[in-house]
Design a protein around this ligand. Structure first.
Ligand code: TXA
Ligand code: MG
Length: 377
């Protein structure tokens, strides 16, 4: 990596102190992208460097998608297994032409309806896309992000940008610049801070190379939205039975890895609200007696149900109301990161309704828990 030994002032929320970091910190109001900062970031990308930037889903760690050496740096900075392909970000639908061998009819409809937005489409790739981007597959995932800073950066750089989520591999995806710096400060050339991301979970990955469009990763565009447009859409079987995940081979290579995980063990407690509330009390008591720092991560409704049993965890992380799954999606990765912030050893959480964005939320929770489930019923 090209390291610039410069001190940058990390602003107010970092206490305005000078910290010595080779990562250039570029801040901008998403409604008014700063042209000088955009040019600096675009220049770094064009020269083969790494720039983290906000998208509407999570922060991405960008590199020139057509420069294999630049792409290689992403894998090194993140500690990412090299069999896990990267998503390529472009500014305009016409930019995908050189990157793909074929644009299926269904893609044209989906691009019109959902781009810019949190939908990644899997195409047969052209030879222009380096093998390191596609991790040896003959396909490539592409999307146009719906964030003014991401779009302005793509336009300023005038190159397709390969970008996974800007976290260390295995950690929760970053929904703020603070999260990115926590994981990657000093390992990347620059970060653009454009505030918190709005969706909070990553894009939906949809494979359109086969007969039936198949969701490989649930995300910001829901199953219901896709079904309404396509009539028929399938879920990768490895997604439907998370408990059997290890046995099934997901078609999105990234989905087989433990993900989104804080250092604390996460357990999902399954049952009715009443049953779960009761079970939480005994789980907290047992684990605190064993000397562990115990957390509960739940809806506000669960907090209400639990009053009768009065559990006493070291930390209680409220995700929001189960009636506001969109809000929970925006807070989930922060909540998972808070488990580390409060030095928890073990955290008990619950299931949420698997409708709309709830499918993606539960997918991330099952990944964070690594399949660990306790039945309260
Ligand atoms: O919202 C997002 O998608 C964010 C922002 C930055 O755009 N990016 C993101 O990238 O989440 P990443 O690398 O963290 O996750 C990409 C997922 C992985 O599970 C990967 O295996 C899958 O997409 N994927 C990428 N290219 C693929 C391909 N050609 N075939 C199958 N799955 C692919
Ligand atoms: Mg990721």
């Amino acid at each position: 990596m090209h390291i610039l030994e410069i001190c940058y002032t990390i602003p107010s929320r970092w206490g305005d102190k000078m910290i010595k970091t080779p990562t250039r910190y570029l801040s901008m109001d998403p409604k008014l992208p700063n042209l000088s900062h955009l040019q600096q970031a675009a220049e770094i990308l064009r020269k083969g460097g790494l720039v983290a930037f906000p998208t509407e889903t999570v922060y991405g760690l960008g590199a020139d998608a057509l420069n294999p050496e630049a792409v290689e740096k992403i894998f090194i900075a993140k500690g990412r297994p090299n069999d896990n392909p990267l998503i390529v970000h472009v500014a305009n639908p016409k930019d995908i032409k050189p990157l793909v061998r074929k644009i299926p009819d269904v893609a044209t409809t989906l691009m019109e309806l959902f781009w810019p937005g949190p939908l990644t489409l899997i195409f047969p790739k052209s030879d222009l896309v380096p093998n390191s981007v596609s991790a040896g597959l003959d396909t490539v995932g592409i999307r146009i992000p719906a964030h003014p800073v991401a779009l302005a950066l793509l336009k300023a750089a005038r190159i397709p940008i390969a970008a996974p989520s800007a976290n260390l591999s295995g950690r929760p995806s970053p929904t703020s610049a603070t999260h990115v710096l926590k994981d990657l400060n000093g390992k990347i050339d620059a970060i653009i801070d454009g505030g918190k991301t709005s969706v909070g979970l990553e894009s939906t990955v949809l494979d359109i190379t086969g007969q039936v469009p198949t969701i490989l990763r649930p995300g910001g565009v829901t199953y219901e939205q896709l079904e309404e447009v396509l009539g028929h859409v399938e879920m990768d079987p490895a997604l439907i039975q998370p408990e059997l995940n290890a046995a099934l081979k997901p078609r999105a290579p990234g989905m087989k890895y433990t993900h989104y995980a804080p250092r604390a063990e996460i357990w999902i407690v399954v049952g009715t609200e009443e049953q779960v509330a009761k079970k939480l009390k005994s789980l907290v008591d047992e684990n605190r007696a064993a000397g562990k720092r115990v957390g509960i991560m739940s809806t506000e409704e669960m907090l209400f149900f639990s009053r009768e049993y009065n559990p006493n965890p070291d930390h209680w992380e409220i995700l929001g109301s189960k009636d506001d799954l969109t809000g929970i999606a925006t807070r989930l990765f922060q909540a998972l990161r808070n488990c580390d912030r409060y030095h928890l050893d073990i955290v008990f959480t619950q299931t949420l309704p698997e409708t709309g964005i709830g499918v993606a939320i539960m997918n991330r929770l099952h990944k964070a828990a690594g399949g660990k489930i306790i039945r309260a019923n």
